[in-house]
Design a protein around this ligand. Structure first.
Ligand code: NAP
Length: 312
């Protein structure tokens, strides 16, 4: 199968990928973005993006992504909705295969993001979509005036608990430690919310029900005592797992997130990595955007350098 040639291929159209697309296209790289679902990644789940610099008083994540996609396309990036099946490098070129097409490029950006980590407890898979959710923005409206439990102590759990408190009759946030790990302002919003009860040092052992979620079996991590809490829904925000299966050989941290240098470069020449799939301290829309811009800049330099060497 003959391949369609690009200078720069980006896998993943989240914030990092779309930023890289815009920067890549603007620097005159023939740029292709491949994404198997809708553009936006996890930013689509942001009800109200309130901390992106200059975007004040903030906009919905979906609107933000719509603007990013339009900006990347207007600068010349090509967007294609398709699932990438494999990535290889033969000589100076990457080969990217989908079910019916093959693409090649000198530079490649892995911006494949991450997906929600499961708790791995009984009932979690059984009641997925029937009370178990990993996205409050998507499923919150089904729990209007109902009782929901939110699991986790990070920014996602706190933000989503705050959002759910505007819909649900009561929200219980269950966290395995004695304090929240979320940013101070985000955590304080939860602790001050009269509709949210926080149960520290508590884990969910089982999700129970018949047709849908009816209760949770909770365990106090200090005493080991268990109790059953009635709930119509449980929203799980236990961190995320990076999507790295296309290039499994790359160095990664303990969580499986890919290690790069500060130019977003991996040890494979021409292969860059940005966004939630990358190892880092602070996962924000603004850091994903910055990494996308840096990756595109590095890709452009890589392509130009490789070509000038080739013609020497
Ligand atoms: P996170 O910071 O990794 O937090 C995950 C939470 O889940 C932690 O509290 C962790 O507990 C808990 N957890 C993990 N495995 C668990 C298990 N098996 N059972 C029970 N609890 C478990 O993930 P996140 O909240 O999704 O945030 C990810 C990144 O996105 C962060 O960098 C965050 O700052 C960023 N983010 C930012 C915003 C914002 O700026 N508004 C919003 C959302 C996300 P421990 O605390 O004990 O580890």
């Amino acid at each position: 199968m003959e391949s369609t040639r690009y200078d720069f291929i980006i896998i993943g159209a989240g914030v990092a990928g779309l930023t890289a697309a815009q920067y890549g296209a603007r620097s005159n790289l023939k740029t292709l973005v491949l994404e198997n679902v809708s553009s936006g990644g996890q930013a689509l789940n942001i009800m109200h993006l309130e901390n992106y610099p200059g975007l004040y008083p903030g906009i919905p994540g979906s609107e933000f992504i719509g603007k990013m996609e339009a900006q990347a396309k207007d600068f010349g990036a090509v967007m294609q909705k398709t699932q990438v099946l494999s990535v290889d490098k033969v000589g100076p070129l990457f080969t990217v295969k989908t079910a019916d097409q093959t693409f090649s490029s000198e530079a490649l950006l892995l911006a494949t993001g991450a997906y929600p980590r499961k708790l791995g407890i009984p009932g979690e898979d059984t009641f997925a979509g029937r009370g178990v959710s990993y996205c409050a923005t998507c499923d919150g409206p089904f729990f209007r005036n109902k009782r929901v439990v939110v699991v986790g102590g990070g920014d996602s759990a706190c933000d989503e608990a705050t959002y759910l408190s505007t819909l649900a009759a009561e929200v219980t946030l269950v966290h395995r430690r004695a304090q929240l790990r979320a940013q101070k302002a985000v955590a304080e919003r939860v602790l001050r919310n009269p509709k949210i009860t926080v149960r520290f040092n508590t884990v969910v052992k089982e999700i129970r029900g018949t047709q849908a979620v009816e209760s949770l079996l909770l365990e106090d991590t200090g005493t080991g005592l268990t109790s059953e809490a009635a709930a119509d829904g449980v929203f799980i925000f236990a961190g995320s797992v990076p999507r790295t299966e296309l290039v499994p050989v790359l160095p990664h941290d303990d969580g499986g997130f890919i290690l790069t240098d500060d130019r977003m470069a991996t040890p494979i020449p021409g292969l860059f990595c940005a966004g939630d799939v990358r190892s880092k301290q602070f996962r924000q829309v603004v850091t994903a955007a910055a990494e996308g811009a840096l990756a595109a800049h590095s890709a452009e330099k890589y392509v130009r350098d490789a070509r000038s060497e080739a013609y020497r």
